[in-house]
Write a protein that binds this ligand. Structure first.
Ligand code: URP
Ligand code: ZN
Ligand code: ZN
Ligand code: ZN
Length: 467
């Protein structure tokens, strides 16, 4: 069957076009003016709507076991929510396996978790939980046989890596054509502060933020940028940037031509640390923590000027009820992470495009095209080129909605964005030509999403857009 999307404004990473778009067999086959209909053409009227590549969210944690709890969104609930918010591809982070566990073992676990459940297309980031000769050896096969071309390094939490491990991993990842991603926080500084706070009985949610101030994150960002340089200029992707000082380090590295990219998340652009002082402050425990309002202002500058490359969610959903039960109000016993996979596009559209901070094409760069390029999905994902998967989101800039958890599609019990009014909303999501969400109703199916074997990282191909 042929589907024709008529009368809308197509938006990709390059600009806007008043054109129609034709879909056959799940692919975009034609883009042009006044495309012809035949008897078996189904026409979707996109009058007054933006037609954009489906969102690519390269930072989620579905079904993850963090020791004290398992996140409540498995690959069905998580991807159902993604679809309803206009996201058609997610790249999830494999969780930590048992000590000494191989990369291939974790990959199998994650394939089993996602198969038959995912409602949008998906891939996984590997996680480097230790470094030895066996792990380094496995990397080549992971990239070239399994289609896993990015790996996460943690500098804090249980499986934090030493500088030596980081250097060895970075060098090998570069060699095999993978992108290293990093959670940058200084573990020792956090541990010391946390111990002192807890010893003084300071356990309220605000002390979560006090235990990991900006310098903890910025120090680790600076260190990682330099370690990547020392590891034969390994490409580096910094996740969940929360502050302006870290942004300045990234800016310096980019100016020097170093292959460094950086992601931020809606929570750091829209929420601030005042949330920890509310009665429900536990809802906002995540790492890095929410910062002062002025940090969000600095991040917006980076979003607008191209220093920040991508917007992802870090969706990691622990219900409020579970947070309360596990922690009794003590930040150190509360699982870390926020939900948000359904609201990413809507929040950036409203706060970014509708407030005049960014253009529509910049919106596509941040939410779809750049992450697709960096993580080996381009041009199949993140583009409107003929031959690309017909993964699309139709956005109505006139629709005004207020975020309420009762309207969302995850398996949790709250939204950190409750009550925020948004100008502009996704009204239809297509996955490979099939309508998987319409006007906030899920119309897809579990198992409809496919695993996407990703291309190796290719630096010379990058040219992530920042115009
Ligand atoms: O607190 C967070 N962000 N939890 C999810 C895991 C991570 O660090 O990204
Ligand atoms: Zn294992
Ligand atoms: Zn992280
Ligand atoms: Zn994360």
């Amino acid at each position: 069957m042929r589907r024709l999307i008529k009368g809308g404004i197509l938006v990709d990473a390059e600009g806007e076009y008043h054109q129609d778009l034709a879909i056959e067999d799940g692919k975009i086959v034609q883009v042009g003016s006044q495309l012809a209909e035949s008897v078996d053409t189904e026409v979707i009227d996109a009058q007054g709507l933006y037609v954009m590549p489906g969102g690519v969210d390269v930072h989620t944690h579905f079904n993850i076991d963090v020791g004290m709890a398992r996140s409540c969104d498995d690959f069905f609930f998580g991807t159902r929510a993604a679809a309803c918010g206009g996201t058609t591809t997610i790249v999830d982070h494999m969780g930590f396996g048992p000590p000494g566990c191989s990369l291939h073992h974790q990959l199998e676990v994650y394939h089993d978790d996602a198969r038959g459940k995912a409602a949008v297309d998906y891939s996984f980031h590997g996680v480097i939980q230790h470094v030895d000769d066996d792990i380094l050896q496995e990397m080549h096969g992971m990239v070239h046989e399994e289609g896993i071309s990015s790996f996460k390094l943690y500098l804090t939490y249980k499986y934090k890596l030493s500088d030596e491990q980081v250097l060895r991993a970075l060098r090998q990842l570069r060699q095999v054509g993978a992108l290293a991603t990093v959670h940058p926080e200084n573990d020792a500084a956090i541990a010391l502060r946390r111990r002192a706070l807890l010893a003084a009985g300071k356990t309220a949610p605000i002390y979560h933020a006090r235990s990991r101030p900006i310098a903890c994150e910025a120090e680790a960002i600076g260190r990682m940028i330099n370690l990547a340089q020392l590891a034969d200029t390994a490409p580096l992707y910094i996740v969940h940037l929360s502050n302006g000082l870290g942004l300045e380090y990234v800016r310096l590295a980019k100016r020097a031509g170093q292959p460094v990219w950086v992601e931020t998340c809606p929570q750091y652009l829209l929420l601030d640390e005042q949330r920890y002082l509310q009665d429900d402050g536990l809802k906002y425990i995540l790492s890095p923590p929410l910062r002062a309002r002025t940090e969000a202002d600095r991040l917006w500058v980076g979003v607008a000027d191209g220093t920040i490359d991508t917007l992802a969610t870090d969706h990691c959903n622990f219900p409020y009820q579970q947070r309360q039960a596990l922690s009794g109000g003590d930040f150190s016993r509360c699982p870390n992470g926020l939900p948000g996979v359904e609201n990413r596009l809507q929040l950036l559209f409203s706060e970014g495009v509708m407030r005049g901070r960014i253009s529509t094409s910049r919106f596509v760069q941040l939410t779809s095209a750049n992450p697709a390029r960096l993580f080996g999905l381009w041009p199949r994902k993140g583009s409107l080129l003929p031959g690309a998967d017909a993964d699309l989101v139709l956005f109505d800039p006139q629709r005004v909605t207020t975020i309420q958890h009762q309207d969302l599609h995850d398996n949790g019990d709250y939204s950190p964005y409750e009550g925020i009014a948004c100008n502009g909303a996704p009204v239809m999501t297509l996955l490979r030509g099939q309508v998987v969400a319409k006007n906030g109703v899920f119309t897809g199916q579990a198992g409809q999403g496919r695993f996407i074997a990703r291309q190796p990282f290719n630096h010379t191909d990058q040219g992530t857009k920042h115009g």
